[in-house]
Design a protein around this ligand. Structure first.
Ligand code: BG6
Length: 256
């Protein structure tokens, strides 16, 4: 029975690689919507994939916030290959609670991996004027350069409306998302079913187009409830790696 399960998971992974057109897919058995420890398993799998994709030196790993990535941080253990690694948050404030913030997760990862970290202290609500002056601040400029030179990104994917509510988005933003049928969110960008950007949170740090230059981009997202969000986002992301669970994988394949 165990062999058959392993075989089933392998064939699900192959199907997803083909249907989503991505570089690699790793599926953990179960559904994290129902069984929370499946999230830990995804965290463990993500850590393995991170280690497998390190460059020989000068690794800079940019991370986003969210529970999925917090679980990756939980599963990190010291590893000789990570010692010199620099961990940075992918983007500035997106309106998350402290435990879900990229800064928090980044510091945890660095501590557990015995690597280094730098943080990005930026308010969640940025006006255009504040944004324009922040990017000229010397201290911010220096960390921004390091973030944009990331060699790896580890990020979550969320359902659009869930994320907007979690971030207490303004009424006008909620309306915009509903009107444009947003289904997915990643990095503070909101996407519709075909993967078009319909809204973006104004903050500094990695922009979507920066991802093209980054050698390894790993998305960690599971649970059947995220299947539509994962499909919308990943279909636009060739050459990326997806860590997910069986619950999401089956649902994605059913609808593709
Ligand atoms: C956020 C990321 O912190 O976490 C988002 O910035 C992502 O891009 C979200 O969609 C996912 O959260 P979770 O808790 O479902 O892993």
């Amino acid at each position: 029975i165990v062999m058959k399960e392993v075989f089933d998971i392998r064939s699900l992974e192959e199907d997803l690689v083909e249907k989503l057109g991505v570089r690699e897919v790793h599926i953990c058995p179960g559904d994290s919507d129902e069984t929370p420890w499946v999230q830990k398993e995804m965290g463990r799998a993500a850590f393995q994939v991170m280690k497998n994709n390190l460059l020989p030196e000068n690794n800079v790993i940019a991370v986003t916030g969210g529970r999925s990535i917090a679980n990756v941080a939980d599963m990190l253990i010291p590893d000789a290959s990570l010692k010199e690694t620099l961990f940075v948050p992918a983007r500035g404030g997106l309106g998350e609670q402290v435990e879900n913030q990229a800064n928090t997760i980044c510091a945890t990862m660095a501590r557990k991996a015995q690597g280094n970290y730098r943080l990005l202290h930026v308010p969640d609500q940025l006006s255009k004027e504040a944004y324009a002056s922040l990017i000229h601040d010397p201290a911010i400029k220096s960390i921004l350069e390091q973030i944009r030179a990331a060699t790896m990104v580890v990020h979550g994917i969320g359902e659009a409306m869930t994320m907007a509510e979690r971030r207490n988005a303004e009424e006008s933003v909620m309306e915009k998302l509903t009107k444009n049928e947003a289904v997915a969110e990643a990095f503070g960008y909101y996407f519709d079913r075909s993967g078009e950007i319909v809204h973006k949170v104004l903050t500094i740090g990695l922009q979507l187009e920066d991802l093209e230059r980054i050698p390894t981009v790993i998305a960690v997202a599971g649970g059947a409830s995220k299947s539509e969000a994962i499909t919308a986002y990943m279909k636009q992301s060739p050459n990326r790696i997806l860590i997910t669970d069986e619950g999401a994988a089956k649902e994605i394949l059913m609808k593709l």
